[in-house]
Design a protein around this ligand. Structure first.
Ligand SMILES: NC(=O)c1ccc[n+]([C@@H]2O[C@H](COP(=O)([O-])OP(=O)(O)OC[C@H]3O[C@@H](n4cnc5c(N)ncnc54)[C@H](O)[C@@H]3O)[C@@H](O)[C@H]2O)c1
Length: 594
């Protein structure tokens, strides 16, 4: 018969512990909540009441339920209060020696049948378990932050954890309304193993001034639909905890350089900038523990003097593919006169039809009036000769992704376009400086990386080469805003912000699958339910196309020579086998069967 858990103990009431207390107490389980000192206990109590009060204020919890919840929690200093609980879960700082000492103590104090669990994110559950005389009753129960919100729990089974303990903990997770994935004891388990390389890379971009904190975060939120950007997430996790997790993953996980904590992290931790919990991390918060960001010296001011007085009315768009078509629609809808240049009348007719169909959809969905549709279509001039771009104020190029083709095009634009015009490329993988140097005016050349489908995706990456002028960037920012997009500025490196952060993570998921650590379904679940991603990595890969993912990953690897970026052999094999994702009916999943 499954074990009954009537009372549980939680040790450490910081970011995670307080949330875990809330999860148990909300589900009718009595909790003994333990801290190291009276002061820490007060902070823990405040963490819990702060969170439940917010839930009441948001109408997610009735006042009476909050009171009942709080009445189920006994607060105590010291571990002795845990002598009769059925399960203890610890959430003390991420240090192996601390956790081992704690487990030895718990083993002495707790009743013999009690299960001892760790919420560690990266340490070896096995190493923690052998500090006790009951390693078969030690298990990892890894909650996600914020624990009351995130649905996922990773249950970590060591080689000695007994099967009935795992089964009982799985049943407990179900009772708590959580979805569990049960896995073996590997650094970072599923979610953190895939998440922390990405987070560290984002910190590296920030440290090297590749982009601002706001732009890095906006890029990942708007480009990938993530609930928060990586730097805001680091602040939520806690920089000290993140540092320890990265450090452990580096040492336990094969010394992958991508897990070596970026030096800035250590500096911030030393300076006491721990994120939300200390009131300041990458961002500044209203007060310690508050989720509310307040302006600080790094906050961009909206009153900055406009660097651009350029009045843009006419935009030339070169190309006839998916991106060009979407970009034509974006500019025409925003009120610009558009000159579309394709290779011939046939292509122009196709693009016209595609734009019309897309605008019609807007009308059917009630997002666009018929008059606005007709006006937008009327603003587009169709041409097959570049000479028609002689008078435009901006050119956006979206032709085939081949450097020689783009360079030749930019050389022609240089001869045709009037001086001072901004020349933009939508390349997603080629160096923008290469096309800039094909002209005599590299200061006027910029990357404008739209996302697919351009009319729907709210993000544009504005790529600054080492020759791009500040005026050109200002114009690109102004144009992005006028067409209703958020423009984020970044350097001219392979993958810009979004692809450079996204694809290595997808590649890591393929490696994890290849290593048989987990399944496609569990990995997808872990990222969706543990980290709030809109799609799991394999779902996304099947949508993006495995061939596209492989090509981007290869580019990243070639430019940065980072061993961890080498494309996963399984990805290469699937592409070779023609399993490219949804478009061929099969990728990581078979889409032909329903
Ligand atoms: N922060 C996250 O997003 C996150 C997510 C999942 C798991 N975790 C894991 O949870 C654990 C705790 O992380 P956190 O971010 O909550 O840390 P934290 O620093 O916010 O909280 C740790 C708490 O433990 C208390 N503590 C320290 N030593 C103690 C002792 N000997 N006895 C009792 N209490 C003690 C501290 O006073 C503090 O309140 C770590 O193992 C971490 O890896 C963290």
């Amino acid at each position: 018969m499954a074990r009954e858990f009537t009372s549980v103990g939680v040790v450490g009431l910081g970011t995670m512990g307080a949330g875990i207390v809330e999860v148990f107490a909300r589900n009718g389980i009595d909790v003994v909540a333990v801290e190291i000192s009276e002061a820490a206990l007060d902070r823990g109590r405040a963490n819990l009441t702060g969170s439940t009060d917010r839930a009441v204020a948001r109408g997610k919890l009735a006042e009476a339920d909050r009171d009942a919840l709080l009445a189920r929690v006994d607060f105590a200093v010291g571990l002795d209060a845990l002598h009769s609980v059925d399960l203890v879960i610890e959430a003390v700082p991420e240090h192996l020696d601390l956790k081992q000492r704690l487990f030895a103590e718990l083993d002495r104090i707790c009743k013999p049948e009690a299960i001892l669990a760790t919420n560690t994110s990266s340490l070896s559950v096995t190493e923690i378990s052998v500090a006790t005389a009951r390693p078969n009753q030690v298990v990892g129960i890894h909650f996600f932050n914020p624990a009351p919100v995130m649905k996922l729990v990773e249950v970590v089974r060591t080689v000695v954890t007994s099967a009935d303990v795992v089964a009982d903990v799985e049943a407990l997770c179900a009772r708590l309304g959580k979805v569990d994935v049960t896995i073996s004891d590997r650094a970072g388990f599923i979610a953190n193993a895939l998440l922390f390389g990405y987070l560290n890379h984002a910190v590296d971009m920030f440290e090297s001034r590749y982009a601002t904190r706001e732009d890095i975060d906006a890029a990942m939120k708007l480009g990938c639909g993530l609930p928060m950007g990586p730097l805001a997430l680091m602040d939520l996790i806690g920089l000290d905890t993140a540092y320890e997790i990265l450090d452990t993953m580096y040492r336990r996980g094969g010394r992958d350089r991508r897990h070596a904590p970026v030096p800035l992290l250590k500096q911030m931790v030393t300076a006491g900038l721990l994120g939300r919990k200390s009131g300041r991390g990458f961002y500044t918060y209203e007060r310690p523990g508050s989720p509310k960001v307040v302006p600080d010296e790094q906050t961009p001011t909206t009153t900055e003097p406009a660097l651009t007085d350029a009045v843009l009315t006419t935009v030339g768009i070169v190309g006839s593919g998916t991106m060009a078509t979407g970009i034509i629609e974006v500019f025409a809808k925003a009120g610009y006169e558009v000159v579309s240049v394709t290779r011939g009348a046939e292509q122009s007719a196709k693009v016209f039809e595609a734009v019309q169909t897309s605008l019609n959809k807007g009308v059917v969905r009630g997002r666009l009036s018929e008059a606005d549709r007709d006006a937008a279509l009327g603003r587009i001039n169709w041409s097959a000769t570049l000479e028609h771009l002689a008078d435009v104020d901006l050119v956006v190029e979206a032709v085939v992704e081949e450097l020689s083709v783009k360079k030749a095009l930019f050389a022609s634009l240089d001869e045709i376009c009037k001086p001072g015009v901004v020349l933009a490329t939508t390349t997603s993988s080629l160096p923008v400086i290469e096309v800039a140097m094909a002209t005599q005016r590299p200061a006027d050349v910029v990357g404008l990386h739209f996302f697919n489908p351009a009319p729907a995706m709210p993000l544009v990456e504005i790529v600054r080469t080492i020759r791009t002028s500040a005026e050109t960037i200002a114009t690109a920012q102004a144009v992005s805003a006028t067409v209703g997009k958020t423009g984020v500025v970044c350097g001219d490196r392979s993958g810009f912000i979004v692809n450079a952060l996204l694809f290595p993570y997808l590649n890591d998921a393929v490696r994890m699958l290849e290593a048989s650590y987990s399944t496609t379904d569990d990995i997808d679940h872990a990222m969706k339910l543990g980290c709030g991603y809109p799609m799991g990595p394999f779902e996304l890969l099947d949508v993006v196309g495995l061939d596209v993912a492989l090509a981007i990953q290869r580019e990243l690897y070639l430019e940065l020579r980072e061993p961890g970026f080498a494309p996963a052999p399984l990805l290469e094999h699937l592409v070779t086998a023609g399993y490219l994702g949804r478009k061929t009916g099969r990728g990581f999943r078979d889409h032909t069967r329903r």
